[in-house]
Write a protein that binds this ligand. Structure first.
Ligand SMILES: Nc1ncnc2c1ncn2[C@@H]1O[C@H](COP(=O)(O)OP(=O)(O)OP(=O)(O)O)[C@@H](O)[C@H]1O
Ligand SMILES: [Mg+2]
Length: 258
């Protein structure tokens, strides 16, 4: 497990007030703490973050890679700037920091993304895991701006699985239908995503995602973040029972009929 070694500073945005740290691999990570008096459901949110992040990596989706990051008593004591978070020693959540990030707000910036077609996969994925917090939120998708090309990355998967309202009963009752999501983020990309195959490629990948791999990912969540085995079991069942439903959304997204 990575260890946090140096505090860099706060991120300028985010309800959970993410903090930037350098870790012992020499890279910088945007960190969300497992318990956080400023954001009472942060433990639930980072469960969603780590599960969705690992699922997305398995599907080769563009996502700011997540790591479980260990905070020692020493780094906590040596960083008075984070005292208000009452950070406990143990595993916390971080994603690799992209310092040249920009929002997907204009056509030129979007067009310059070398992985633009992967946005079709992001849209399919958001429906599979029920993440309503990207379609209409331009802050939860970043474009890493480069001199010759840009790259698109998903961030903030906290809103998956009904966000703070997630519980096993809700997951069980709502597994069998998919609500369509739409909004300005999807709209900005939609003119570039004209081929059905771009969507189909990811739908097929989800359909072929082995249940045993989904199980391993869900149950690799640190126990400190989600001690209730039944909650993880419900997330696992939610995901597996929706694999065969994502196919339904392709025509809706292409035709914007919803
Ligand atoms: N890996 C990253 N690289 C660069 N910037 C990032 C990264 N992760 C987060 N950010 C920046 O920090 C902001 C807050 O992050 P994030 O949305 O994950 O936090 P949050 O507390 O869940 O926010 P909210 O609930 O308000 O959306 C993002 O809008 C983005 O600008
Ligand atoms: Mg966000």
């Amino acid at each position: 497990m990575l260890k946090a070694v140096n505090y860099i500073g706060p991120m300028s945005k985010g309800k959970s007030r993410p903090q930037l740290f350098e870790c012992d691999d020499g890279k910088q990570y945007v960190v969300k703490f497992m318990s956080n008096p400023i954001s009472p459901n942060s433990n639930k949110h980072i469960v969603h973050e780590i599960i969705a992040n690992r699922l997305a990596q398995h599907l080769s989706l563009p996502i700011a890679k997540a790591e479980v990051i260990y905070f020692s008593q020493e780094i906590i004591e040596n960083t008075p700037q984070i005292s208000e978070f009452e950070v406990k020693p143990g595993p916390h959540f971080g994603t690799v920091y992209y310092k040249n990030k920009a929002r997907p707000t204009n056509k030129e910036r979007i067009k310059k993304c070398s992985n633009l077609q992967e946005m079709a996969g992001v849209m399919v994925f958001d429906h599979w895991v029920h993440n309503r917090d990207r379609a209409n939120n331009l802050w939860n998708l970043i474009i890493d701006e480069g001199e010759y090309e840009n790259k698109l990355y998903m961030i903030d998967q906290a809103g998956c699985f009904y966000s703070s309202r997630r519980n096993k009963e809700k997951l069980r009752d709502r597994a069998h239908s998919i609500n369509m999501h739409w909004g300005k983020t999807y709209k900005n990309f939609r003119p570039f995503l004209t081929h059905k195959n771009s969507f189909k490629h990811y739908v097929e990948k989800i359909e072929l995602f082995p249940d045993s791999d989904i199980r391993d990912i869900v149950f690799s969540t640190p126990g400190e973040w989600e001690p209730d085995h039944d909650e993880l079991e419900a997330i696992y069942k939610y995901l597996t029972s929706r694999k065969s439903l994502v196919n339904e959304i392709i025509d809706n997204l292409l035709n914007e009929e919803f």
